[in-house]
Design a protein around this ligand. Structure first.
Ligand code: 0RA
Length: 646
């Protein structure tokens, strides 16, 4: 056998194992990327971008470019060293091909350094390749341009040279496989939010994102992110619509026991706690040891300072950990070599060594800060004392909420029309705007598994209210008791106890008009601030009543969009057609309400998800805050979602 033949034989032999690996990804894609829907689709982009972020964190890359192309393919380019292309001794193929086609081969070459970024699943670019019907990689290295193309992860030819260049870097273009994903249309805003977040989390990297699909007016969207001050800039962005108590965020950057730690925190004049934590650039929604280390370090250090200052003794008030976090916006970002993720959504850090590391870093740096900034320190302690006073009032109100639950059905709100089934997984509760629609819903529902709670008018705007005011509100207390949830666990006094949750679908049903949209927003603000666990577990939904009834003779069609109405009119013709525009739920009789909005066979429920908790936080603070101009701008920018009533 000639050398060439040998090489070719080996080439195909190693390809067989590769094929088995890629096939596993294609057979069970959800195991690798979470799901094959919207989330999984966008996850592909994060996976590719993560490799460029790693190259930047290693110090070799300063620019990352991302585009959604006209055919919904994605291009990611960086100016790093370029993926190595030399022959892999054992595999008899180029290193580039190994990286692109072998599962978990990504980190093989960078000995000594560990992969710090890496998506939630950290599956590597070969998974993206396996799930793409087309992928092209160009490497700029050694003065040359190298190229390889793939389909469903299989190389179409060995790596080849296609030109010369004076730059270095890696450019990857992939198109998601439509036979794997339920949708292959990318959402620009979703990617944009993630790129912004990455720029704040990794200061000094220049990130550009561009949408090459023309908008309706023919223009193109392009955004550029670059953060010099990292988490300090992130805090300023999140708190843009809040009033800060200090001119600049408190900032901690350092390393403890080999764990890089970066923290920024700022107090504002609201009553909410907005702490976002990250491990290796992944948002840890469920917190974990880094968050508990931050909390204990913060509490101990501030408490010591407050004690020493004598202000506490004067105020004669008991202080608890929560009081130090009221009106606090903070970002905690750590890099952990071998993170263990736990919890229901695998977003809770389990590594115990991180707790002490973060605690000691926070204590030391915060102590210095307080000594060096006596004015700010006094403002913080005064804020904490106020919070402690309010908390005592809140505890009384909250205990009323919890006591209500102990008496089970006897304690249920009088307005609640409960369902018969005792299995929460089967049960739904509708929060319905207004007593009259509530009445229709009660008559129209399937009482075996659907419960109705009518809401009187608008619930409290919790974005502006202190916690005890929220717990004192009868409407909000009814929501807690109807749901069967309680507040506070031994380890976290604000956590929600879901073990007695009585319904696994919590559905907000309001009119399809401006007031309805306002009530939706108030309810979502409440759930986001007070019951985020409910949203994270996928229990919260918005009902979608139809906008039109198109009727001719004995034929009738419900329409949810303008296009559907136009199509229905074409189906039946213009003559003698009657179009009814539903403005409120009350205009439908119980049967119609059931048919269109409550019957699981026909209804269109929209599940509420949080793609990006930090952005959601900022949007809620803006929508429900005091400043009008940013709110108007946001509504105008997103007006396409709400044109129907305009
Ligand atoms: C390992 C080694 C080297 C570069 C990379 C990985 C690398 C990977 C990716 C993925 C996307 N962009 C990337 N940029 C670089 C280079 C080792 C060397 O030159 O000595």
């Amino acid at each position: 056998m000639s050398e060439e033949q040998k090489t070719q034989n080996n080439y195909s032999a190693s390809n067989i194992t590769v094929l088995e690996g890629l096939e596993a990804v294609r057979v069970r894609p959800a195991m690798y990327i979470g799901d094959v829907n919207f989330r999984g689709l966008h996850h592909l982009v994060y996976e590719v971008v993560d490799n460029s972020i790693d190259e930047a964190l290693a110090g070799y890359c300063s620019k990352i470019y991302v585009s959604i192309n006209e055919d919904n393919s994605i291009t990611v380019e960086d100016n790093g060293r370029g993926i190595p292309v030399d022959m892999h001794e054992k595999e008899h193929r180029s290193a580039l091909e190994v990286v692109m086609t072998v599962l978990h081969a990504g980190g093989k070459f960078d000995k000594g350094s560990y992969k710090v970024s890496g998506g939630l699943h950290g599956v590597g670019v070969s998974c993206v390749n396996a799930l793409s019907d087309k992928m092209v990689v160009n490497v700029y290295r050694n003065g040359k341009i190298y190229q390889q193309e793939y389909s469903k992860g299989i190389p179409l030819y060995p790596v080849k040279e296609v030109g010369t260049t004076d730059k270095t870097g890696t450019r990857t273009t992939f198109h998601p496989d439509g036979t794997i994903f339920t949708t292959t249309e990318y959402d620009y805003n979703t990617l944009l939010e993630r790129m912004r977040e990455l720029a704040y989390l990794n200061k000094g990297i220049d990130i550009t994102i561009e949408d090459k699909r023309p908008r309706e007016d023919g223009s193109f969207q392009k955004d550029h992110f670059y953060s010099e001050k990292g988490l300090r800039d992130f805090i300023a962005y999140l708190d843009e619509n809040r009033e800060s108590l200090m001119p600049e965020a408190i900032y901690i950057e350092g390393e403890r026991n080999g764990i890089p730690i970066e923290i920024a925190m700022q107090y504002n004049n609201t009553y909410n706690e907005n702490i976002h934590s990250y491990v290796n650039n992944i948002n840890t929604h469920e917190g974990g040891t880094h968050l508990s280390g931050f909390r204990s370090g913060l509490t101990r250090t501030l408490k010591n300072y407050a004690d020493r200052s004598g202000m506490l003794a004067k105020a004669k008030v008991d202080i608890s950990g929560d009081d130090f976090r009221e009106g606090l916006t903070a970002i905690i970002s750590v890099k952990v070599a071998e993170p263990q993720f736990e919890g229901q959504t695998k977003t809770k850090l389990g590594n115990n060594e991180v707790r002490g590391a973060v605690d000691s870093a926070v204590s030391e740096m915060l102590e210095n800060y307080l000594e060096e900034h006596p004015n700010e320190a006094r403002i913080i302690v005064e804020k904490v004392i106020l919070a402690a006073r309010a908390r005592q009032a809140a505890r009384k109100a909250r205990e009323m909420v919890q006591r209500g639950n102990v008496f089970s059905s006897a304690g249920l709100p009088g307005k609640l029309a409960d369902c018969q089934d005792g299995d929460p997984a089967m049960c739904e509760i509708y929060f319905v705007e207004g007593d009259s629609a509530g009445g229709s819903a009660k008559q129209g529902r399937d009482r075996r598994y659907q419960a109705i709670l009518p809401l009187r008018g608008k619930i409290l705007n919790v974005e502006k209210a202190m916690r005890h005011r929220a717990f004192e509100s009868e409407e909000i207390r009814n929501i807690y008791t109807a749901l069967g949830v309680t507040v506070g666990t031994p380890e976290d006094s604000q956590a929600l106890n879901l073990s007695k949750l009585r319904y696994h679908k919590v559905i907000i049903m309001t009119d399809a008009d401006v007031d309805g949209a306002h009530i939706d927003t108030l309810m979502l603000t409440f759930f986001f601030r007070y019951m985020p666990e409910l949203i994270e577990n996928g229990y919260v939904y918005l009902a979608t009543p139809p906008l039109y009834l198109v009727k001719k003779g004995n034929k009738s069609f419900y329409c949810w969009t303008e296009e559907e109405r136009e199509r229905a009119m074409e189906a039946v013709g213009d003559k003698g057609v009657h179009v009814q525009r539903y403005k409120g739920l009350g205009e439908m009789n119980p049967e119609q309400l059931w048919e269109t909005t409550m019957d699981p066979e026909n209804r269109q429920l929209r599940q509420v998800t949080i793609e990006n908790a930090a952005s959601a936080d900022r949007v809620f603070s803006m929508l429900m805050g005091d400043d009008v101009p940013p709110r108007r701008e946001f509504i105008e920018r997103n007006a396409t979602y709400a044109t129907i009533d305009a």
